[in-house]
Design a protein around this ligand. Structure first.
Ligand SMILES: NC(=O)c1ccc[n+]([C@@H]2O[C@H](COP(=O)([O-])OP(=O)(O)OC[C@H]3O[C@@H](n4cnc5c(N)ncnc54)[C@H](OP(=O)(O)O)[C@@H]3O)[C@@H](O)[C@H]2O)c1
Length: 276
């Protein structure tokens, strides 16, 4: 399977599992089915209240634990150094795992302006072995550059909103140049009408795949790791199989052309949006 590799050699598989809304016993069964279907990257966040669900699904799955990259994220209300470290410790307890493989700052919350302090805490959490790799989510270039200028530590991942209506071409290039892997959240537009776009249907038909698979293949062709969420084992397998679909450059460009200046799903611009 194609991998994406960060500046320090850390590698992610081509496609991962989104988990927002997967909670409790049913959620753990969905995570388990995904891992048993071959997913080796699983998202979650302290604020999704499903680190326990994700950890349980991964532990129950008939798969080598060491081969699965479990992710979580630090909420905005815990950017202060000691609070951030306690939150990471709590995340690890919740998963029931020995450590979390990839830990991200969920949002920069620039109006508060303590994301650099949160980053120092993640560096410390990594040094203590609580987490193995550290990155960010929803960071703009100015936020990334401040982290690196102040700590000398560059994130390995930035998880951002990315789908055909919001393709973020400049951001994809910016991260590629710096060896920061881009993960796409809401990669299939959270089930919106993008899958009904004629151009997506034509490209899907040309490859004998579903519109959702065509969109996921578009992410993969751009060097982005999409994190489609599905509770359903059949759709999980369908989504993972999209990693094997190769789009031609003109097909990639045709899907990118669906982008709109106001293409964000809910207007969550990281320059001003705050999540605690
Ligand atoms: N960092 C952040 O700030 C942030 C923000 C939002 C999301 N995320 C992460 O990104 C993940 C993905 O984003 P998302 O959940 O918002 O949206 P998404 O993955 O784009 O879309 C999920 C929706 O699409 C449906 N779906 C999935 N595969 C399908 C298929 N093959 N055919 C038809 N329908 C399909 C799912 O339904 P079923 O479950 O019924 O299949 C669900 O309703 C989240 O789960 C979360 O882990 C991160």
């Amino acid at each position: 399977m194609i991998e994406q590799r960060a500046h320090d050699g850390f590698a992610l598989p081509a496609i991962g599992l989104g988990t927002y809304g997967l909670n409790g016993i049913a959620g753990a069964a969905s995570v388990r089915s995904a891992v048993e279907a071959g997913y080796r990257l699983v998202d979650s966040a302290f604020n999704y209240e499903n680190e326990g669900t994700v950890g349980r699904g991964v532990r129950d799955a008939d798969a080598d634990r060491a081969s699965v990259i479990v992710t979580s994220k630090l909420p905005g209300r815990h950017h202060e150094f000691d609070a951030a470290l306690r939150t990471v410790e709590e995340s690890v307890y919740r998963t029931g795992l020995d450590a979390i493989d990839l830990y991200l700052i969920h949002w920069p919350n620039p109006a508060v302006g303590r994301y650099d302090e949160a980053w120092r805490a993640l560096v410390e959490a990594r040094d203590r072995g609580l987490v193995r790799h550290i990155g960010v989510s929803n960071f703009l270039p100015e936020h990334l550059e401040r982290l690196e200028a102040e700590t000398g530590v560059r994130p390995v991942v930035n998880q951002i909103e990315l789908h055909p209506y919001f393709p973020q071409a400049e951001a994809v290039e910016y991260h590629r140049e710096r060896g920061i892997i881009v993960e796409a959240w809401s990669p299939v537009g959270r089930g919106n009408d993008v899958t009904a776009q004629p151009v997506v249907g034509e490209i899907a038909a040309a490859h004998g795949v579903s519109p959702v698979q065509a969109i996921l293949a578009w992410h993969v062709a751009r060097g982005v790791v999409p994190l489609p969420k599905s509770a359903d084992p059949g759709r999980q397998r369908e989504n993972l199989a999209a990693a094997e679909v190769s789009l031609a450059p003109d097909e990639v460009a045709a899907i990118t052309a669906l982008g709109r200046p106001d293409g964000r799903l809910k207007g969550q611009d990281p320059a001003v949006y705050e999540e605690f």
